[in-house]
Design a protein around this ligand. Sequence first.
Ligand code: ATP
Ligand code: MG
Length: 433
Amino acid sequence: MSSSLQSLRGFADILPEASARWRKVEERLRRTVTTYGYEEIRFPLLERTELFARSIGEVTDIVEKEMYTFADRNGESLTLRPEGTAGCVRAALQHGLVHGGQSRLWYMGPMFRYERPQKGRYRQFHQIGAEVFGADGPDIDAEMILMTGRMLRAIGLTDVRLELNSLGTPAARSAYREQLQAYLRAHYDELDDDARRRLDTNPLRVLDSKNPAMKGVIDGAPSLLDALDDESAAHFAALRRWLDDAGQPYTINERLVRGLDYYTRTVFEWVSDRLGAQGTVLAGGRYDGLVAQLGGRPTPAIGFAAGLERLVSLVEDSGEPAPVRGADAYLVVAGDAVRGEALRLAERLRDRLPALRLQANSGGGSFKSQFKRADRSGARYALIVAEDELAAGRVGVKDLRDGGEQQQLDEGTLVERLAALAARRREDTERGG
Ligand code: ATP
Ligand code: MG
């Protein structure tokens, strides 16, 4: 295949072997958010560029250099969503889900960022995220943090740690911003190019630098927590108390800022030490100003997003058995004369056993080649439809794992046998898969 027809760099295909694992992770995450009363929202992959520029902020990595932006045939500037919050808030505002009580929404799907592809960092990646509108108190912050911890446990991750910080109100932050700028200017010689560039536009982002050479300067910077306004400080103290009461460990990371401009007060991250530099698996926080910024009435809000590639790779590395793949049974057809009858039998079985994975042979072939395909399908049983047995109301059944003799079963017994098999496979899938 010519390389020009292969997938784009940073855009991965998820093949059947991996997709079974993905589906399991997605299903468990989905189940957990649902148990907290969140409802799913689906919004477009494509929005006007202005939506992201206005909500994420002009001087962020995402808007400055990571967006897939292009003009459509009408000359309108459009952007593939780089994250979910902007689109979620837009949709919720447009359809009246933001005002008039609280709402709790979750979403899942692909996001697009033009970044340098590397382990844990792709150009198309997937997130599950959730947003709560209209809840102001630290109780919802605490609940969301506990929920995200439960989500990670639900997929078997127990070695992730929680980091916490507060960004305060925009007013407190702008006072801190000046203090930080003065500090960074005094250390100008030690700053890398990125930091120098951000010094004037977005100095808080300097704290988020991933350059090890910057660690010394960053460690010495004034603390954002010391600059908190009274209300944010009280909010943060209450949140910490709730987490302590719930027995949820955390560390305060005064350098924790988010890549997006719209955050206020609480920010949190779940971090794994098993992913190298790309250690953040889930990140969230409060963004009390965003709804008003996008034209709604001032509405407090909090949300999170988790990167599925990073979660799936952690689950895979933790040695959990891969989900059971393949069929339960494979239908072998002995000759053209019974092909129609075999198809009808397969449909009857599917009617009676909706959970059964039944793969019927397609395209004829000798007995031997059909059995080969049956083996390859992963099926436990081969079902054999042949003329004489059919006339006697029987179907041949051969257990492909124990190498036992073929049995002739009537259809009722066959259904019972297959029902038990499908139930067992389902249990395995639930447990391991
Ligand atoms: P980072 O600091 O790693 O660039 P970010 O601050 O840009 O992360 P967010 O916008 O907060 O990330 O996204 C939330 C989560 O989505 C991240 O913690 C990560 O798990 C995942 N994520 C972000 N960008 C990518 C990417 N390019 N590829 C894969 N996962 C990603
Ligand atoms: Mg980023």
